[in-house]
Design a protein around this ligand. Structure first.
Ligand code: AMP
Ligand code: ZN
Length: 473
């Protein structure tokens, strides 16, 4: 089955045809964090969706060249640095580090490049692009000395967000006090320096100032990936004005189609509302870890719902994630036991073997819910086969190989080197003693205590085995 994605630009599911079907990598740009505070798990929903997308493309044999920018200069980073009385660079550094740490915790594959907007190389590129837009009549310097994009001169403006220019109102990301603009929707390409910017400024043909947020992404994408790219992603809140503006700027300069496929993920919600810094309803990765959950559990909780469906974040959902992973761990442990021992008593050549339903579901606009549905159905069936001694070692190996393959997308396997806490091993030993004495009540009590610590004890022919499992956090 061919890959198909929902393209925000056309609002249709389209067959994926990269610009270069040959061995050349797919060019993918993903809008990264604004480093003025620690990213919240809503932001990470977007990054995990992009991670799954890249990994699935790779599973299907594509090479991917992915760029994720770091927005380190805009209103919020400047304000934060000023309030903390530290230089901008020093202020943003801590949040950049925190972002990489959290991304590692969530097993997000590293992008090939992480350009930062304050790099002089990119500032020069932004200035070049703005000059080109001015010379084409697509931008102008206003009385406040800032330079704006003239949206009336770009006929395609509004095509991504699917709205009519005449209905354009000022939105959250558009400053309300800009009276110098020709049109309320004209957005800043270059912001003239003002006192609040302190020493954050660069020289330009229009006087000292700093770039607008949108031009940063256009310039970094075009510098690293060229004038035309295959895939551009972000959360749905990026569609307007950010991505709409990126199209206007990039296509305004080159006259070529900037992006073939625009993919946006729906929001992570809390009580039905978008998780956002401004609403104060957010959790960070360390907040979730502090409640006793692992990065793997959070990864699962954030990826298990189709990326275009809003996902409500709850602690119950985190417990469900833990439970589901416990089932996977237990299943893998059972398969490994069967795989290790040749099933001499009863070869079962007709044992069920894995098919391609998982990958096929992901081909269909990354339908992760269907893919995971197939995984758990397979777990149920293979467990039943093992119970009935109808799984031979070759089939168990085939299922383990299959898991290895789909896990290149999921990346959900338990860390093999997760240390089992001392308390847990002690309880497991006590339980084993209780079992030897046939004290089943005590044994059950101890199993529950182990489970409450987030571990599962399983009795195998080789003795009790401990795995991370369901339990209260
Ligand atoms: P920002 O740092 O605000 O520019 O956001 C970084 C990325 O996170 C962007 O792709 C946003 O669209 C995305 N994002 C922000 N809030 C959420 C949320 N609650 N759910 C999903 N994605 C989000
Ligand atoms: Zn961007």
């Amino acid at each position: 089955m061919a890959l198909r994605f929902f393209n925000t630009y056309s609002r249709e599911i389209e067959e994926f045809e990269p610009r270069h079907p040959s061995a050349r990598p797919i060019k993918m740009y993903t809008c990264g964090p604004t480093v003025y505070s620690r990213a919240h798990i809503g932001n990470f929903r977007a990054y995990i969706f992009e991670d799954v997308l890249q990994r699935h493309l790779e599973l299907r044999g594509y090479k991917v060249h992915r760029v994720m920018n770091i927005t380190d200069v805009e209103d919020k980073t400047i304000r934060g640095a000023r309030e903390a009385s530290v230089p901008l660079q020093k202020f943003t550094e801590q949040f950049k580090d925190a972002f990489f740490e959290d991304a590692r915790t969530l097993r997000i594959k590293r992008a090939d490049e992480y350009p930062v907007a304050t790099d002089q190389h990119y500032i020069d590129r932004m200035i070049e692009m703005i000059s080109a837009l001015i010379s084409k009549g697509l931008a102008y310097q206003a009385d406040d000395k800032s330079v704006y994009f003239r949206i009336n001169k770009f006929p395609d403006y509004g095509k991504l967000a699917h709205f009519d220019l005449t209905q354009l109102q000022s939105t959250g990301r558009v400053k309300h006090d800009e009276y110098d603009k020709e049109h309320v929707g004209d957005f800043a390409l270059w912001k003239a320096w003002d006192e609040a910017d302190g020493d954050v400024k660069w020289n330009s043909p229009w006087g000292p100032g700093r770039p607008g947020w949108h031009i940063e992404c256009s310039a970094m994408s075009m510098t690293l990936l060229g004038d035309q790219i295959d895939i551009h992603c972000g959360g749905v809140d990026n569609i307007f004005p950010h991505h709409e503006a990126e199209i206007a700027q990039s296509e305004g300069v080159t006259g070529k189609k900037f992006v073939r496929y625009w993919l946006h993920c729906a929001h992570l919600l809390v009580d039905g509302q978008k998780m956002a810094k401004s609403l104060g309803n957010f959790y960070t990765v360390p907040d979730v870890l502090a409640k006793g959950y692992t990065g793997r559990e959070l990864r699962y909780a954030l990826l298990r719902v189709h990326y275009r469906v809003p996902l409500n974040f709850t602690w119950e959902g985190m417990n469900e994630a833990r439970e589901s992973l416990g089932r996977i761990d237990e299943w893998l442990a059972r398969l490994r036991e069967v795989a290790e021992k040749a099933n001499t008593e009863r070869p079962t050549p007709n044992a069920q073997r894995p098919g391609t339903a998982f990958e096929d579901a992901l081909d269909d606009d990354l339908n992760i819910s269907a893919a995971l549905g197939f995984l758990f159905e397979s777990i149920r069936e293979t467990n039943r086969a093992i119970d009935q001694n109808e799984m031979d070692s070759a089939s168990a190996c085939a299922w383990l190989d299959w898991w290895k393959r789909i896990n290149t997308v999921l990346d959900l396997e338990a860390e093999t080197n997760v240390a089992i806490p001392h308390e847990v091993t002690q309880l497991a030993e006590e339980r084993e003693n209780a079992r030897r004495q046939k004290n089943w009540k005590r044994s059950d009590e101890l199993r529950e205590r182990i489970s409450a610590l987030g571990w599962e004890v399983r009795d195998t022919r080789d003795g009790p085995k401990l795995t991370r499992g369901a339990g209260s956090a």
